[in-house]
Unconditional design. Structure first.
Length: 309
């Protein structure tokens, strides 16, 4: 494919064209983004400063919070700014950079959630061997693998976008740069490329989702031999992770497990996995986890005591 590119910038349609709605959305998403930063930073600080939260589950949770902050930062600040301006533009280089960062961090989160399901499966199904199987070295390698997997996926998506010829129009019907909207603007037949994109993004999302479902199915089967108290405790621990998985994977599968087409609902669905889920993760994990709540109370009481002195 000859790379004939006459486009130096793209015009984003944004989330809405209604000025009144845009002002309401500005206040709402500014609050959401502040909540993402504060909530996830609080989880990271709590886990890093509390020696009791040194299990692999909290190790992975701290990385999930870091990825959530980074992932939402790729799109949220630009979205919030664009809600107040008339002309929403992004340079070609900025668009490609946003696409790369979004897919890199989004795919890393998908792999990380899968790793967390594996961790819970081992912890519940093989509790006596858990510390030997999921030790610090294994945790480090698993986290490194999630970053490498996300990077490889993102490189493929970015190379596809860079090779596309753009000769106009340059208006993207979205609030951030993604592969499907760019394929729609390309001055060439993108059917084959669309299949590659669906295979790369959609298959990863669906495959990891299947692994997650199998992991929790194994957990449920293993719980049949436990006492009612043990079953409730295990289910209580896993329910938080299942909630996050459904909120994140559902929209991702809807967006990427299909050919290169765009729907009017795509923007609202994308808001879910780029902003809403990263905001809800701290609430889901803290409100349903007594250990984290107690650690946060100790952290807060310690700060109060130091300030009184």
């Amino acid at each position: 494919m000859e790379n004939k590119n006459n486009v130096t910038e793209f015009i984003l349609h944004g989330l809405t064209q209604d000025k009144t709605v845009a002002k309401v959305c500005f206040s709402l998403f500014l609050l959401f983004y502040a909540s993402i930063i504060f909530g996830n930073l609080l989880i990271i600080i709590t886990i890093k400063t509390n020696e009791q939260l040194n299990s692999p589950m909290y190790f992975f949770l701290s990385y999930l919070s870091f990825v959530d902050i980074s992932y939402s930062t790729v799109t949220a600040p630009k979205l919030i700014y664009d809600l107040l301006v008339e002309k929403k533009t992004i340079s070609f280089v900025g668009c490609i950079a946003q696409l790369f960062a979004g897919h890199f961090l989004g795919c890393t989160e998908i792999f990380l959630l899968t790793v967390m399901a594996y961790d819970r499966c081992i912890a519940i199904c093989k509790p006596l061997h858990y510390t030997n199987i999921v030790n610090k070295r294994v945790c480090g390698r698993l986290v490194a693998a999630t970053w490498v997997g996300g990077f490889v996926h993102s490189v493929v998506q970015t190379l596809v976008a860079i090779q596309l010829p753009f000769c106009g129009p340059n208006e993207i019907d979205h609030y951030f740069c993604d592969v499907h909207p760019l394929l729609k603007l390309a001055c060439a037949d993108t059917y084959v490329i669309g299949v590659i994109v669906a295979a790369n993004s959609g298959v990863i999302s669906l495959s990891c989702f299947v692994v997650l479902v199998v992991s929790y199915a194994v957990i449920l089967v293993s719980l049949r031999t436990r006492s009612s108290e043990g079953r409730l405790k295990a289910l209580y621990t896993c329910s938080s992770h299942i909630t996050v998985v459904v909120l994140f994977f559902g929209p991702c599968i809807f967006i990427y497990m299909r050919p290169s087409t765009t729907f009017s609902a795509d923007k609202m669905v994308s808001v879910f996995y780029t902003i809403v889920t990263p905001m809800l993760n701290p609430l889901i994990y803290t409100l349903r986890n007594e250990e984290v709540k107690n650690a946060m109370k100790k952290l807060w009481s310690g700060k109060v005591k130091r300030s009184e002195k």
